[in-house]
Design a protein around this ligand. Sequence first.
Ligand SMILES: Cc1cc2nc3c(=O)[nH]c(=O)nc-3n(C[C@H](O)[C@H](O)[C@H](O)COP(=O)(O)O)c2cc1C
Length: 140
Amino acid sequence: MLIRLVYASRSTGALTPIDVKDIVRASQRNNAPLGVTGALVMADGVFLQCLEGDHLAVNALYHRILLDARHRDPAILQFGEIEQRLYTGWSMGLVPMSEANRALLLKYSPTAAFDPYGMRPRALDALFAELVAQARVLNG
Ligand SMILES: Cc1cc2nc3c(=O)[nH]c(=O)nc-3n(C[C@H](O)[C@H](O)[C@H](O)COP(=O)(O)O)c2cc1C
């Protein structure tokens, strides 16, 4: 069964661009053979990650990611069956922070800061769909 899981977490320290690259590289290496696709946003010390694939594969991967000491306070914001993937062929795309992307992140946030914890599932769908449509995710 094809599902999408979206969760938010907070980074535990100040992650450098190299740390983030390391996470994305490991994700691309590991997710592709699992058939998992998705995207990762990191802004204002908060991660927002979308994982798509077989429900058991995504579940297992999520539990492995939770063990990572680089983040804490994980919260699943969305989990459910989907008809099709948003990120076909993207084992893990990193959403680069630009002015345009910032505006997009805030567009669906209930507060002035990027706060995915407060975002409803429908807003998350809209945000990820827009990020894809506008190709504002670095392909990975
Ligand atoms: C916010 C966040 C998201 C991550 N997402 C993934 C992911 O999608 N896939 C993955 O394999 N590792 C992900 N990781 C990294 C894993 O926790 C772990 O470091 C990595 O899988 C280790 O890979 P390795 O055993 O191949 O070195 C993520 C880490 C963080 C902090």
